[in-house]
Design a protein around this ligand. Structure first.
Ligand code: AMP
Ligand code: MG
Length: 419
């Protein structure tokens, strides 16, 4: 699992893409599923391919209120005689003869051998029982919903690993399914490290800060639908840290810590990870979030993934979204959910050093020309959490990119759906 130094880019750091690949290589979906009623399955991950037990729609039916007929009849019968009416839920029971049509409502079964429908707005009635089709263009098959055109019996209606959203709940109901098998929820242990950290309710002595990372992590993990095991604050003490990691690994499928992964004197996380397991990498060529120790610890015969995130609050969020989120989705058995990277015109200068990826917090909107336009939030320091709150997107600047000037095009990722 470890990487030799010779395969590392400059200064021992991986590129963002290398780190993402490596994390995914070491992340296999966990087993375990449960059966849930449809409503409770919202946002859960489908455990196996769902094969449609029926055709939806079950029969060909009309997509409009109008008249149903046989298109091949028209050359010989330009006038059609109305033989009856079909309503949704009340099929017409008669036998259609050549030259006949029936009145039909949306959703009513299309009686054989009818193949087309003319909407009532276009219909010309010569008298109460006679439809004049002479001047009406007809495309055979028009305004008809075919049997199985939405979902065909025996085909895959929803594929394994799909996160079930509102459309999928409706789809399940349209198939008549009251329950569905979903993957079990992940259990993720989190704790913060740092002697300077204080919990809410404690007095903030000089030099201390309130622990905010466990709250952003709580929010991000809750949105992902995992069960959180919050192990609180752990001091910068190797013995306490080792104990916390062992406890976490006993209880959780993966561990996320923050702080203590840099090169300072009180940064012990990666040393203990190496002692208890293996460090795959600990540095990524990016800003914010350069130190990120990824690997696993082994305890009780089981390996537990460990994401040692940096301490700075913005770095925690950025590393979570770009590295931890895809890994947890893979661990949960979900299909990759990559959101579209869009292109926007910079409306301000964005200072940037070449040689590393930068994730800057941006505010994006449509300009008067209808283009996406982005500016960055004022302060971009990795401790400035308000920049995340102010922003609505991340501006992604690749290593080769230098300072961006107004008018340049940059890549952005909207927070919506991501966070
Ligand atoms: P570290 O990565 O441990 O060197 O921490 C980097 C910076 O992030 C320091 O200024 C820490 O005080 C701060 N920090 C670390 N953990 C947290 C936390 N849980 N909440 C808020 N700030 C933190
Ligand atoms: Mg620290």
């Amino acid at each position: 699992m470890s990487i030799t130094n010779s395969s590392l880019p400059r200064a021992g750091s991986l590129s963002v893409e290398q780190a993402r690949q490596l994390i995914l290589q070491h992340t296999q979906a966990l087993s375990g599923s449960q059966q849930l009623p449809v409503r409770n399955a919202l946002d859960r991950i489908l455990a196996e391919d769902l094969i449609s037990p029926i055709n939806v729609p079950a029969c060909a039916n009309s997509a409009m209120d109008g008249y149903a007929f046989v298109s091949a009849d028209l050359p010989s019968h330009p006038e059609l005689t109305l033989a009856g009416t079909a309503l949704a839920g009340q099929p017409w029971q008669g036998q259609l003869l050549p030259g006949q049509a029936i009145r039909i409502m949306t959703g009513a079964i299309l009686p054989a051998p009818c193949d087309s429908v003319i909407p009532q707005e276009q219909a010309v009635l010569k008298d109460e029982r006679t439809l004049d089709m002479r001047h009406i263009p007809v495309r055979p098959g028009q305004h008809v919903r075919l049997c199985g055109e939405d979902l065909a019996a025996g085909s895959v209606a929803i594929s394994s690993g799909k996160r079930l959203g509102p459309a999928e709940l409706g789809l399940l109901a349209s198939l008549g399914l009251a329950e569905i098998a979903v993957r079990r929820r992940l259990r993720i242990a989190i704790f913060s490290t740092g002697d300077e950290l204080r919990s809410l309710g404690q007095v903030l002595e000089t030099g201390c800060v309130y622990d905010s990372n466990r709250y952003t992590l709580y929010g991000m993990l809750t949105r992902l639908g995992v069960d959180i095991i919050d192990l609180g604050l752990v001091p910068d003490d190797p013995v306490a840290l080792e104990q916390a990691l062992l406890t976490a690994s006993d209880q959780a499928d993966a561990i996320i810590t923050s702080g203590g992964v840099s090169v300072g004197e009180a940064d012990y996380t990666k040393d203990i990870m190496a002692k208890l397991g293996e460090v795959a990498f600990w540095s990524i060529n990016m800003r914010p979030g350069r130190p990120l120790a990824f690997g696993h610890i082994t305890s009780g015969g089981k390996n537990t993934l460990l994401f040692g995130l940096p301490g700075n609050p913005v770095a925690v969020m950025v590393s979570f979204y770009f590295f931890v989120r895809p890994a947890l989705l893979a661990l949960a058995g979900a299909q990759a959910m990559n959101l579209p990277v869009l292109r926007a015109v910079a409306s301000c200068t964005i200072p940037k050093r070449t040689g590393r990826t930068e994730f800057q917090r941006g505010i994006c909107s449509n300009n008067l020309q209808g283009q996406l336009e982005v500016r960055i939030t004022g302060q971009q320091g990795s401790g400035i959490l308000s920049s995340m709150s102010e922003a609505n997107c991340m501006v992604i600047l690749k290593p080769e990119q230098g300072t961006v000037t107004p008018g340049d095009t940059v890549e952005i990722l909207f927070f919506d759906g991501f966070i």
